[in-house]
Design a protein around this ligand. Structure first.
Ligand SMILES: [Zn+2]
Length: 272
């Protein structure tokens, strides 16, 4: 394998439980982003140990500017900032052979640490052709659209259950066990980093999971957190209002779905 993409979120990082750990502007976030960076570096080490020539790391939480560039393994190239066409899969179109997900979390309305889909302020539930999806289901299909498999994902045990449904042959790297949305039991960051390094190497050598394909056209149903959100999203031509808090739209393929959802997410900030 020549080139790997590592997409890094924060909610599934060991030791992260509380919303304030995921939001800029407080000391808890500063600590959490350093753990996030250390887990990303562990995955980079694991990739090079498996013989990969090149590693791209994309920062895939919130502002997409959380990873501490000077603390990341310097052999990786770092993708940061917003907006970007491919969202949490930025870099997947740059000739990569596989993707690993680090620090990911469950879909909205599922059990699991800080579970949400895309934007916890805007979106409640998302269905693609009647299959309910979270970020994992959306972005694994976007990688599949580029012919790229997701080989491993780290996060809590509940994410591992979601992974088994979406990508049954991908490797789950479990670093914590949620008891509620904001509580549970976690490995130490040192332990999670060792497990991620080893798990990424193994997953890249075994290479079991095939790309996840979902050809278009796709019908998307979106339940919003509030009717006020749906009022804004319904302004976009092509949307159909299904209920006060629900709408649907058609898309040619998964890339268009991700772009439209990310437009809604940006639009939702007017209500904050
Ligand atoms: Zn996140």
């Amino acid at each position: 394998m020549k080139k790997l993409l590592i997409a890094v979120d924060i909610e599934g990082v060991a030791g992260v439980w509380r919303p304030e750990q995921t939001r800029a502007g407080n000391p808890e976030y500063e600590r959490a982003r350093s753990w996030m960076t250390a887990e990303a570096s562990a995955a980079v080490r694991g990739a090079f140990a498996a013989g990969v020539d090149e590693v791209l790391v994309n920062d895939s939480h919130g502002s997409f500017c959380n990873l501490l560039a000077d603390q990341l393994d310097p052999r990786a190239m770092l993708i940061q900032g917003k907006p970007r066409m491919l969202g949490m899969m930025a870099g997947v179109d740059q000739g990569v052979d596989a993707v690993c997900l680090i620090g990911w979390h469950c879909r909205s309305k599922a059990f699991g640490t800080l579970a949400h889909t895309g934007n916890s302020f805007a979106f409640s539930r998302v269905w693609l052709n009647q299959i309910e999806v979270g970020e994992l289901g959306l972005y694994a299909r976007l990688a599949g659209h580029f012919g790229v498999p997701v080989l491993a994902a780290s996060g809590d045990a509940q994410l591992a259950e979601e992974l088994a449904m979406v990508l049954p042959d991908a490797a789950a790297i479990v670093v914590k066990w949620a008891e509620s949305a904001h509580s549970g039991r976690s490995m130490s960051p040192q332990h999670s980093q060792a497990l991620i390094e080893e798990g990424v190497t193994k997953a890249l050598l075994e290479r079991r999971q095939a790309p996840l394909l979902m050809p278009g056209p796709l019908t998307v149903r979106l339940q919003c957190q509030t009717p006020a959100q749906a009022d804004w999203f319904a302004l976009l031509p092509g949307t159909q209002r299904l209920a006060a808090d629900e709408l649907s739209f058609e898309a040619a393929g998964i890339a268009e779905v991700v772009r439209t959802l990310n437009c809604f997410s940006a639009m939702s900030s007017v209500l904050r």
